[in-house]
Design a protein around this ligand. Sequence first.
Ligand code: ATP
Length: 235
Amino acid sequence: MATAGLIAHGRGEAFDYLIGEETTEPALNAIKAAASAFLTAERAVISVNGNTAALVAEEIVRLARVTKAKIEINLFYRSLERELAIKELLEKAGARRVLGVGEDASGKIPELGSERRRVDLRGMLVADVVLVALEDGDRTEALAKLGKKVIAIDLNPLSRTAQKAAITIVDNVVRAMPKLLEIAGKLKQDVEKCHEILFDFDNKKNLVESMKLINERLSKLAEKGEYLTLEDEKT
Ligand code: ATP
């Protein structure tokens, strides 16, 4: 794993503490909107980096199958060796086709530097909906500027990725992906419901709810000055 990936993971854990290490109500609302966006998309793509492949390879493959989305490897630090290792991991999890490997990633996202701008001509470049997780803000912003509907899974509601995405799921990717898969399976037969969910969803408002939740939780913890007691009260 790249060092930056480990650092990103640590940053995520800190925020997971703040949300209570569970899928919150606003996260669930965003997951429903994300499932709806995937099911009503024409060309959805799941963007995969080293962290997401290591954490949720099976869910990525199953989500792609349920929603007819493509899977594309998109690394911050590209090397053919890393791309092939991630491709193998995804194939072991059942993927039949993995985009974004080697020369396939010859498309370019404008405004981004060198290797970070490379995308697959059959995937991300022509996609209307793109799911990213543990992604950096520059790339999320560039994808959004290209007109893609970006769905982000990011534990930090204040990150640039969280702020620039069209649908932000403030949750741990290991909880959010199985839930997304489950809800996509349920909504699959009801396209009208998907449109309704998307019509009603407001990402800014939902992000505010996530931040309020952290705020309230911290206030409660601060009153008590204890973490474990508050956790015990949940059970
Ligand atoms: P940005 O560039 O978007 O402002 P950043 O510089 O923190 O944010 P990265 O470190 O590239 O960007 O992105 C990692 C993001 O992923 C962080 O916001 C981190 O909180 C989040 N993250 C880390 N681990 C997880 C996880 N398991 N599930 C969901 N999100 C996670």
